[in-house]
Design a protein around this ligand. Structure first.
Ligand code: NCD
Length: 304
């Protein structure tokens, strides 16, 4: 296993399977893991807002018996005085055993990883990657459907700026017979590098469409996403595009009985709250799964 997790491609399918089986064992036998990280510290360096990712990292470390330090806002650290990512990471290396970092700039966690000897986990870098969300998504799909192959999965919403989608497509494209339906407005289509380097290059079947309603009946997994307001250059475009897709109970009448609806959250408007009661709504179970898979990841990266 590599020292760091920066990109989902840092993990082989076999390593992902191992993480999923450790996470499953943690769910079933939590007491066996309660002291595994005793005396270890996780540093969380979050330069961008976060609820689930940061707090699930923190609760993962606490449930392993370890401790947590760090910041949830760059303004409260020496970053506001102009300190580089590399110097901040080197400082935290003096106080901790492993770092989880989120940053608005693509590549910042990679820079941190190259500056320190301890493992660095990318908790989301700009519009680029979000590998631990993808581990959460894979673990969730595996638990809900019992498999990661042989399925049609749609990603819907902001496929241009949504980093979770980029990492999820990269990961799911490595399983057998997975077909993608990419649903977005014209302006928010999947970036060229994912289309060319991941999908076309590996002969993965995919279609790019604009209608969610037409795609719904054939889907096994629907991965909804929020339009990424903070990555837009002008607010008018955001306002025009933000409500492009809204999943409601009536739309789901045409969907499969065993569809799984995922969302990395936060949700804005794209899934109506009435859908939450539907057994196919998986997104809050997905949040919970995120803690267990992060526990498995911390253990592996610390060599425990
Ligand atoms: C996502 C993110 O930060 O990229 N959230 C998360 O980590 N669960 C998705 C988003 O912000 O829309």
């Amino acid at each position: 296993m590599k020292k760091d997790l920066i990109d989902i491609f840092d993990l082989s399918n076999q390593e992902i399977d191992e993480l999923i089986s450790v996470a499953t064992d943690i769910v079933e036998n939590p007491a066996n893991y309660a002291e595994k990280c005793k005396g270890k510290k996780l540093a969380v360096l979050f330069y961008e807002p976060s609820t689930r990712t940061r707090l699930s990292f923190e609760s993962a470390m606490y449930e392993l018996g370890g401790n947590v330090l760090g910041f949830s806002e760059a303004g409260s650290s020496s970053v506001s005085k102009g300190e580089s990512v590399s110097d901040t990471a080197k400082t935290l290396e003096c106080f901790s055993d492993i770092i989880a970092m989120r940053h608005p700039k693509e590549g910042a966690p990679l820079v941190a990883a190259g500056s320190v000897g301890i493992p660095v986990i990318n908790g989301g870098d700009g519009g680029h990657n979000h590998p631990t969300q993808t581990l959460t998504d894979l673990f969730t799909i595996k638990r809900e459907k019992g498999r990661l192959d042989n399925m049609t999965i749609a990603c819907c919403g902001d496929l241009k700026f949504g980093r979770t989608v980029h990492s999820l497509i990269s990961a799911m494209s490595r399983y057998e017979n997975v077909k993608f339906v990419l649903i977005s407005p014209e302006e928010l289509r999947i970036p060229e590098h994912i289309r060319n380097e991941v999908l076309i290059k590996n002969n993965i079947p995919f279609e790019e469409v604009t209608s969610l309603d037409e795609a719904l009946p054939k889907l096994d997994v629907l991965y909804m996403t929020r339009v990424q307001k903070e990555r837009f250059f002008n607010e008018e475009d955001y306002i025009r595009l933000k409500d492009s897709y809204i999943l409601t109970p009536d739309k789901l009448l045409n969907a499969k009985e065993d569809l799984s609806i995922l969302h990395p959250l936060p949700r804005v408007n794209e899934i109506s709250v009435q859908v939450d009661k539907d057994k196919r709504a998986t997104y809050f179970r997905q949040v919970k799964n995120g803690k267990f898979i992060r526990m498995a990841l911390i253990l592996r990266l610390l060599g425990l």
